[in-house]
Design a protein around this ligand. Structure first.
Ligand code: LIP
Length: 294
């Protein structure tokens, strides 16, 4: 098979993202007829399914030899192969979408040999597009079509410690079990004062879209993002964008500096001097071992 032309794939994904964006903004979000998947907080709408159908058929028509993995058609046991693969979340932030909260994106990733190499994340409600091709840098295209390289500050401040950081975390849709306890205890430790053994982060944010969280870390709007339980389609596109913006993705559990894209446990840190030390400081705050993805 010929080497994928990554720039061509990128340009195609941007077109698809805009087309999906029109479907998303013109929809009347409803879970009627679709509802929830594993529980009442794991939502899916008819729009998620319609967007994924449009995206997958467009991809199959243009790139019939490439594989496809999408949130709404994934079956337990499906695995990511080394083949060139589109990894797609038609609506990342479905809960926000249902509530009319505009932190919503379409996340279009492309991986080769299981490595994310192209990413396009588009928020159709704010008309902001984040995109990257491996080796070519990451960019934000704003509603006026002006294109800015990420991170937004060419030389971001050093990462001096968690007590200077704005940190995104997500509650996810698994609300019981050992991992839920690890998350809740870790959130408390991150926020607690130094006197109480905490990290005293500036604050936590829980915004509801993994893809946009990664882009916010790439841009420098957030310093850190930590999540366990989300999936390859939530992170594949944002991963390339973050790495091309000088950021890093490691395991949410301590010790693994090179997680797989389908690891389901992620810690993302923005560009800045002190990145590795900050990761070690964060790992020391993780209150137990996350089991998801192991
Ligand atoms: C969501 C993620 C969110 C995470 C949720 C869910 P969805 O994706 O982006 O960050 O906490 O568990 O996976 O379901 O809106 O595509």
């Amino acid at each position: 098979m010929a080497e994928p032309n990554l720039q061509e794939v990128h340009d195609f994904l941007v077109l698809i993202a805009k087309r999906a964006g029109q479907m998303i903004t013109s929809a009347n979000p409803t879970t009627a007829g679709s509802g929830s998947k594993k529980n009442s907080s794991d939502l899916v709408t008819e729009t998620d399914r319609a967007v994924e159908a449009m995206v997958s058929s467009s991809m199959r028509a243009k790139y019939p030899s490439y594989s496809f993995m999408g949130e709404e058609t994934y079956k337990p046991g499906d695995t990511l192969s080394a083949a060139p693969t589109f990894i797609v979340d038609p609506i990342d932030g479905t809960t926000n979408f249902v509530h009319g909260h505009p932190y919503v994106s379409i996340s279009l990733g492309f991986a080769v040999a299981r490595q994310p190499v192209v990413g396009v994340v588009y928020n159709p409600f704010t008309s902001t597009l984040y995109s990257a091709v491996k080796g070519q840098g990451a960019f934000l295209t704003d509603p006026t079509h002006s294109r800015t390289r990420l991170p937004l500050k060419a030389e971001p401040e050093p990462l001096e410690g968690l007590n200077t950081c704005l940190v995104a975390v997500e509650w996810g849709s698994d609300r019981s079990g050992p991992d839920y306890d690890v998350k809740a205890r870790t959130f408390r430790k991150l926020c607690a004062s130094k006197d109480d053994g905490g990290a005293m982060v500036h604050s936590l944010r829980s915004l509801g879209s993994a893809a946009l969280n990664l882009c916010a870390v790439a841009a420098g709007h957030l310093d850190v993002y930590w999540e366990a339980g989300c999936w390859a389609w939530d992170v594949c596109a944002g991963w390339t964008i973050l790495e091309e913006a000088g950021g890093m993705v490691v395991d949410a559990n301590p010790g693994n500096w090179e997680p797989r894209v389908d690891e389901r446990r992620y810690l993302a840190v923005r560009k800045g001097v002190g990145q590795r030390a900050l990761i070690e400081e964060f790992w020391a705050c993780v209150e137990g071992k996350l089991e998801v993805g192991l």
